[in-house]
Design a binder for this molecule. Structure first.
Ligand code: FAD
Ligand code: DHB
Length: 394
């Protein structure tokens, strides 16, 4: 099987699928090559918070039919320090901006349904994908599909294959610079058939470690606990998880979590990572393939959306107006937002987690920062501005 397209896309996560859809809206054809099955990518439980800008992007792209119905609009978040919760009114602090809680796998389901309805080409379960000749005008993606050899000839390759994909490692050594930091903890996350602890997301700084209470609906809770980076899930039967969640989320007025059937369990590592530049020749990296943030700022999926929005505009200028300037500017344009999100995610992670080897000095700095956030409007406003997402076009 040999096909020709304008943009060959590796990866059917939020970045690859949204790029393919945005290009389609602009009359630019693409082919998506994905290692996993459709069912696998549609059921992978990951992020859940959409910034206003991401919701706007999905709405403008006609992808918000279910999001409008099922997405939960949140006007505030809560920061719990020990046993006391403090509310940050995002809407008031940002002049009207809000966030929407809607699972990443729901975004992915909506995107796949739309791509298939529009007769978009997605090769699921494509094995051994490789990219070649992307320093020339004859870029190619090769793969195996149902024992058949596949080849996509394309003008450009979009590397949307996540952190463990093959696109970034295909760039010659020395052509990109890596900046990274690994944190000495991870998150144990569960999805549970239970009423959420609160109507809003709660971030907890607790002497036993960080905890987070979020949701997917009024009946399904999404909860996380700080754990060891090499945590063995076998040591965490449901009873132990609930016991720990109660300890960390309980307030002085007796609020805590509601228990229910655990539907899913997993451990997510925490790292900050940026590859610069996000382009090499005719290969453009987008989303987790180019950068990773620790999840504490809820930025991962939003950055993926922002990258492909920039890339789709740049490709549109190239195909429709013969302009290369936006493609040239792609990496620098994206990296500005990426580094703001990297800083914010590092900041939230540092402020809210228990660091295993922290001395008294570090603990007091952390406490002072939390006091500042919950008592100063200027500090709360800065957090809120970053949390809802920096405006597009900056
Ligand atoms: P991905 O969603 O990773 O998509 C990449 C796609 O490429 C995948 O479908 C993958 O199967 C495919 N692929 C990989 N290799 C190949 C190959 N060789 N050939 C073909 N296809 C390939 N963010 C938060 O804000 N909060 C969270 O709680 C949170 N939890 C997370 C939990 C986990 C386990 C992970 C990995 C990430 C989490 N994130 C979270 C981050 C967020 O989900 C990502 O930032 C987001 O998925 C980025 O989208 P993407 O499209 O760039 O990459
Ligand atoms: C969720 C995930 C996050 O990383 C976060 O900061 C807030 C909420 C969630 O899965 O709902």
């Amino acid at each position: 099987m040999r096909e020709r397209t304008k943009v060959g896309i590796v990866g059917a996560g939020p970045a690859g699928l949204l790029l393919s859809h945005l290009l389609h809206l602009d009359g630019i054809d693409s082919v998506v090559v994905e290692a996993r099955s459709r069912a696998y990518v549609e059921n992978r439980v990951r992020a859940g918070v959409l910034e206003q800008g991401s919701v706007d992007t999905l709405r403008e792209a006609g992808l918000d039919e279910r999001l409008r119905r099922e997405g939960l609009v949140h006007e505030g978040i809560q920061i719990q320090v020990g046993e006391h919760r403090h509310r940050l009114d995002l809407k008031e602090l940002t002049g009207g901006k809000v966030i929407t809680v809607y699972g990443q796998q729901e975004v992915v389901k909506d995107l796949i349904a739309q791509r298939l309805a529009d007769k978009g080409a997605i090769f699921f379960e494509a094995e051994n994908a490789a990219i070649c000749d992307f320093e020339t005008e004859r870029a190619r993606i090769t793969f195996t599909h149902a024992t058949e050899q596949g080849e996509i000839l394309c003008d450009f390759v979009a590397g949307c294959d996540g952190f463990h994909g093959i696109c970034r490692p295909s760039i010659p050594q020395g052509a990109i610079t890596i900046f990274d930091r690994v944190y000495p903890f991870a998150w144990l996350g569960i999805l549970a058939k239970a009423e959420p602890a609160s109507e809003e997301v709660i971030y907890v700084n607790h002497p036993r470690g960080f905890a987070l209470s979020s949701m997917r609906s009024h009946e399904v809770a999404r909860l996380y606990l700080q754990c060891r980076p090499d945590e063995d899930l076998a040591l965490w039967p449901d009873g132990r998880i609930w016991e720990e969640l109660h300890k960390r989320l309980r307030t002085s007025s007796g609020d805590t979590v509601h228990e229910g059937e655990v539907l899913e369990k997993g451990v997510t590592g925490m790292r900050s990572f940026v590859a610069e530049p996000m382009r090499h020749g005719r290969l453009f990296l987008a989303g987790d393939a180019a950068h990773i943030v620790p999840p504490t700022g809820a930025k991962g999926m939003n950055l993926a959306v922002a990258d492909v929005r920039v890339l789709a505009q740049a490709l549109s200028a190239f195909y429709h107006h013969n302009r290369t300037d936006l493609l040239e500017a792609y990496s620098a344009t994206c990296l500005k937002r990426v580094w703001r999100a990297e800083h914010f995610s590092w900041f939230m992670t540092s402020m809210l987690h228990k660091f295993p080897d922290e001395d008294g000095f570090g603990q007091r700095l952390q406490r002072s920062q939390l006091d500042y956030i919950v008592s100063s409007r200027a500090a709360a406003q800065s957090l809120a501005e970053n949390y809802v997402g920096m405006p597009y076009g900056r």
